[in-house]
Design a protein around this ligand. Structure first.
Ligand code: SLL
Length: 170
């Protein structure tokens, strides 16, 4: 296996979450009546829109990502969620914000170590100056979904020749 010295190749990604307030009907029919929000955490290609549900298209990162592990707050059952195919996302309901550890494992051919990043799961809308920091649920519901996404670039330095071939073929 040969490394291609002097070459850096990057792939743009976004990671983060969307969240919506559950309506009364959804809360009444839930086994967790204390849960106030439904959220989706994801790692996606930056080539696609955050809300895109495209699988196998521009949003498919599985040609170089083997697994994404989302480590949720320990109040969740099985907090370490391994996602082994796209879309690399987890949807849950809950009541609180917390720090999520996101671990990205690359395909074996890459010879690359896994990388870890963090995202603050955001449920509450950003408050304007002079407004209470967390608006009441009925107000938040009218404000619509909350989006919190970060852009990043995964950089591979001196990649193996066969991995470079895989990356450039996409
Ligand atoms: C807080 N530090 O106190 C945070 C923790 C935990 C959120 C938030 C679901 C729990 C479950 C859930 O929303 N946990 O299903 O039991 O605000």
């Amino acid at each position: 296996r040969v490394r291609v010295r002097g070459v850096s190749i990057y792939r743009p990604i976004i990671y983060g979450n969307t969240a919506v307030v559950l309506n009364q009907k959804e809360r009444d029919s839930s086994s967790h009546p204390d849960h106030t929000h439904r959220w989706t955490l994801a790692v996606r290609s930056a080539a696609s829109a955050p809300d895109s549900e495209v699988v196998g298209g521009a949003d498919d990162l599985s040609y170089f990502i083997k697994r994404v592990t989302f480590k949720l707050h320990e109040t969740y059952p099985n907090p370490s969620r391994n996602i082994d195919q796209p879309p690399f996302e987890v949807s849950e309901t809950g009541w609180g914000e917390f720090e999520v550890q996101i671990r990205i494992t690359f395909i074996a051919e890459s010879g690359e170590k896994a990388i870890t990043t963090y995202h603050h799961l955001k449920l509450h809308p950003w408050a304007a100056a002079g407004e209470p920091e967390i608006p009441p649920l009925d107000v938040a519901m009218k404000m619509g979904p909350v989006h919190s996404w970060q852009y990043d670039e995964i950089v591979f330095n001196d990649p193996y020749q066969n991995f470079l071939n895989i990356l450039t073929a996409h």
